[in-house]
Design a protein around this ligand. Structure first.
Ligand SMILES: [Ca+2]
Ligand SMILES: [Ca+2]
Length: 503
């Protein structure tokens, strides 16, 4: 089960770490459309890396047997399944006596992750099969018949559209829906995974989610269902949590606004407003009503489906020569991600500022040559090291402060450049202030606490005059409560994070 205590780390297994050079059959690391050789042995070898960084749940791309070659592209990413019941041989190290493709290979990996205190999120696909090729006919063809079990090309319904031309299954057919319900139950029962990341949810007919809710959600409540509904409107995304009982969904609406503001310098009022009266316009963080619980959403900066990695988007914005400003903005984005509500998700490589533009460039191999034996970027990698160190500090901060995991968020102040948010949980309190302007604030801004009608008296009690709010970052000024306010002044593109110190 995923909780708000988790920090998710997403890997494309094939691109992460090659732990076994003998299961390649074949691999070509120089071709961005081919298998590169990453595998379960590589994931296992990097358990100490995950632990050092502080992440708690690893999301793996689908493990199904995939297409080896279709017009010079391979299903290295796992989304082109030709057999939904077997594991791709690129991924595991064959053991004597174990059936080829056995789910036991994943169970074994899950066991090692659990022993290390790491959860496993398995990516699953029900919308489509891999492209139909002679290979395909050898495997799943026996279960999913073409064309009877598939939607026709002519159907204009968006839900049944063929995504990237991938053969689209018709879940209104009882055989198809039942096949995938049984299939998912098999994976859960036989591998012990903690959560499912469900691919392309919006392209699957609703009929399937009703079956999923009745059979899988009820019998396996400990397995969290995380849905990918790639849409930027909370009303559209929230429907899946409200109606179909998805525990959590990727927060693409926040992702879009977060980058719009912090990378592309849109006004911070688009993120949140103090909402001191109901008529005030809403920011994206105020739009919670479409969700059954916005606090459980998975927040993110990037993934393998978006048009470029966060570092590259920032470089496109600031100019590729200005690495110092790019590092500041990337650290600012991470500061926001790890202090706002939700469960944060990282895409492998973001912790070291890995670049990557459109697919397949955003799926580069993890550059392990940059990482030292202490699992931290080497001293000769100053850009990577400052991002890594900042992120690691944020993960520790999140673990140490329940306010950042469960606390209510009170927006104290917003203008075009400045955003101030207070989070509190049972006396633990964190104040986050963001100066999104590129320049230092010309003068301090006073954040009213005592006069804020939205703050409960109990929280105001914690912030009486003379209370010190200590900065997380060395060298930055602490804040002192004076006359019911705190005054703050920050350099450009910087987040100040302040914790209440014990009296
Ligand atoms: Ca390998
Ligand atoms: Ca579909």
């Amino acid at each position: 089960m995923l909780t708000q205590d988790d920090v998710i780390y997403f890997v494309i297994t094939d691109r992460f770490c090659n732990g076994d050079p003998h299961n390649e059959q074949p691999a070509d690391p120089h071709n961005p459309h081919a298998f590169h050789g990453g595998d379960f042995a590589g994931l296992r070898a990097k358990i100490p890396y995950f632990k050092k960084l502080g992440v708690t749940a690893i999301w793996l791309t689908p493990v199904y047997l995939n297409i080896g070659d279709f017009f010079d592209s391979a299903g290295y990413h796992g989304y082109w399944a030709i057999d939904f019941e077997r594991i791709d041989p690129h991924l595991y190290t064959a053991l004597p006596g174990w059936a080829a493709g056995s789910k036991a290979y994943l169970k074994d990996l899950v066991g090692d992750f659990h022993a290390a205190g790491l959860k496993v999120i398995l990516d699953m696909v029900v919308n489509h099969t891999g492209y139909h090729s002679p290979e395909y006919e050898q495997y799943s063809a026996k279960k999913l018949h073409y064309p009877e079990h598939f939607n026709s090309h002519e159907n204009p319904n968006e839900v049944t559209e063929w995504l990237s031309g991938l053969p689209d299954l018709d879940h209104r057919q009882p055989e198809v829906a039942d096949y995938f319900v049984q299939n998912i139950l098999d994976w859960i029962e036989q591998t012990g995974i903690d959560a499912i990341r469900m691919d392309t949810v919006k392209h699957v007919d609703d009929t399937f989610w009703y079956l999923f809710k009745s059979q899988i959600k009820t019998s396996q409540p400990q397995v969290t269902l995380l849905g990918e509904v790639l849409n930027y409107d909370p009303e559209y995304v929230g429907r899946y949590q409200q109606q179909h009982d998805f525990d959590t969904l990727f927060d693409f609406p926040l992702c879009g606004h977060l980058k719009g503001c912090l990378v592309w310098d849109r006004p911070m009022t688009e993120l949140a407003r103090p909402r001191l009266h109901d008529a005030e316009p809403q920011g994206i963080l105020d739009r919670n009503r479409p969700y059954s619980n916005a606090n459980r959403l998975v927040t993110l900066l990037d993934n393998h489906d978006l048009d470029r990695r966060i570092t590259s988007e920032i470089l496109d914005r600031v100019g590729h020569w200005d690495r110092d400003l790019a590092a500041k903005i990337l650290k600012l984005c991470l500061s926001f991600l790890f202090t706002t509500r939700g469960i944060p998700q990282l895409y492998y490589g973001t912790e070291i500022g890995l670049e990557g533009w459109a697919d397949p460039d955003n799926r580069r191999d993890m550059p392990w040559e940059m990482i030292g034996t202490d699992h931290r970027p080497k001293a000769g990698q100053p850009f990577a090291r400052q991002i890594y160190d900042h992120l690691q500090q944020l993960i520790e901060l999140r673990k140490a402060n329940p306010a950042l995991r469960y606390g209510t968020s009170y927006t104290l102040y917003v203008d075009h450049f400045l955003y101030a948010c207070l989070r509190e949980y049972r006396g633990n309190l964190v104040l986050v202030v963001i100066n999104n302007g590129r320049d230092e604030m010309p003068s301090p801004v006073a954040l009213p606490i005592a006069a804020n009608a939205k703050l409960p008296p109990r929280v105001k009690q914690l912030l009486q005059d003379g209370t010190l709010l200590k900065s997380l970052f060395a060298g930055e000024e602490d804040l002192l409560m004076t006359a019911g306010e705190v005054e703050v002044r920050l350099p450009g593109k910087t987040a100040g994070i302040y914790c209440l110190t014990a009296k």
